[in-house]
Design a protein around this ligand. Structure first.
Ligand code: MG
Ligand code: ZN
Length: 373
């Protein structure tokens, strides 16, 4: 039986129709027509999230109520690393950030000599864009690290923290303050950041942050890794919304925001269904915030994807024929292709089947600057 879709917020398809129809009356209220090109890019990465995890989450929520059904464009990317079929999150995020395949474990370094690559965040920041990251891991963890750091190994957390001092990042929300101020070398990198004009806050409250755009900031939500969503961590959706508002005020050129549902992957490594449920719900709420901003802004491209599958998850027949039984075939990553969901100006570039590195090139193309040149 075909079910009528009842979206949780005004349908993007209706919005697109309103944007295409040349009538301002149809684009009234909070929604604006979509521009031809984006000024802002929000890249949301569900670490370890591929089709099985999205399917499971969609069925848990009920068809017709999921955020996934709201996207007008869907594609797939192939995730393999430079020399291995199965990627890790470091090679995966380097592919998004630099448009280059690299070896597993490398942070923003590319073959043949494993020299630093310039990330889209670094490049846009140099060109005057406001940049930010909101994650549910520490700043030094592989995915956020690959957008700002260049290190041989993802485990070099203290060196990765030092690389944060070298990039003009306007806002960071996530864990890991301890890698900045509780270090074997006794340096206090939080003081170094303060000397560079950063406001540093600890906790998950968004008041007392310079959200008027007057200063760059770090909001450290924990000293190492943040708690999991099923232990009560809640900040990612509001961090996404606040970061969009803030970054919009930081630069008239536009902004680049990377949001990561970091612990989807950790739940999958643990083969923990309840943890996965909580992380998917949290990440989807962040995606809804990004879409809400994009709908009301009209110049924002939203891209949602994962870096790889994890857990070899399958959705098997259950005793109750209306349910499914989630199962895992591995505690590691797998080689499955990963879906890409896109909304906003130039979203159509993200349909089709392509490499994870193409996401980098498509982002530049969307901005009207091919290959970053
Ligand atoms: Mg990650
Ligand atoms: Zn993993």
């Amino acid at each position: 039986m075909i079910q009528l879709l009842r979206p949780p917020f005004p349908s993007i398809l209706l919005l697109l129709l309103a944007a295409c129809a040349d009538s301002p009356k149809q684009a009234t209220g909070a929604f604006v027509p979509q521009a031809e090109r984006p000024r802002n890019i929000i890249l949301l990465i569900g670490d370890g999230m591929a089709t099985p995890q999205i399917s499971a989450s969609l069925y848990w929520r009920g068809v017709g109520r999921s955020v996934w059904e709201q996207f007008p464009v869907v594609g797939f990317h192939q995730t393999h690393a430079h020399d291995e079929r199965v990627t890790d999150s470091a090679a995966g995020a380097t592919a998004f950030a630099c448009g280059r395949k690299t070896k597993n474990g490398a942070i923003g370094l590319v073959p043949p000599d494993y020299t630093p690559c310039r990330t889209i965040l670094e490049e846009l920041s140099d060109r005057g864009w406001a940049t930010g990251m909101a994650v549910t891991c520490s700043a030094t963890h592989a995915t956020p690290a690959c957008f700002v750091a260049h290190q041989d190994l993802r485990a070099f957390s203290e060196y990765i923290a030092e690389d944060y001092l070298k990039v003009k990042l306007d806002c960071f929300i996530g864990g890991g303050s301890g890698y900045f101020n509780d270090r074997p070398d006794r340096r206090n990198l939080l003081d170094s950041l303060r000397r560079r004009g950063y406001i540093i806050r600890l906790g998950t409250a968004f008041n007392h942050l310079p959200l008027d755009g007057s200063a760059p900031f770090y909001l450290f939500t924990s000293d190492r890794e943040p708690p999991s969503a099923h232990e009560g961590r809640r900040y990612l959706p509001s961090a996404t919304a606040k970061a969009c508002e803030y970054l919009q005020k930081r630069s008239p050129k536009g902004f680049f925001l990377m949001v990561e549902g970091s612990q989807i992957d950790w739940a999958l490594h643990a083969n923990d269904v309840n943890w996965l449920k909580a992380e998917m719900r949290d990440f989807e709420a962040a995606v809804i915030e990004a879409l809400r901003f994009a709908q009301q802004n009209g110049e924002t491209l939203v891209i949602v994807t994962g870096d790889h599958e994890c857990g070899g998850m399958s959705l098997n027949t259950a005793k109750n024929p209306k349910q499914f039984e989630p199962a895992f075939t591995a505690r590691l990553h797998s080689a499955a292709m990963v879906p890409v969901f896109a909304y906003g100006p130039q979203a159509r570039l993200f349909s089709g089947v392509y490499d994870n590195t193409d996401i980098y090139f498509k982002m530049w193309k969307a901005l009207g600057m091919e290959n970053g040149k």
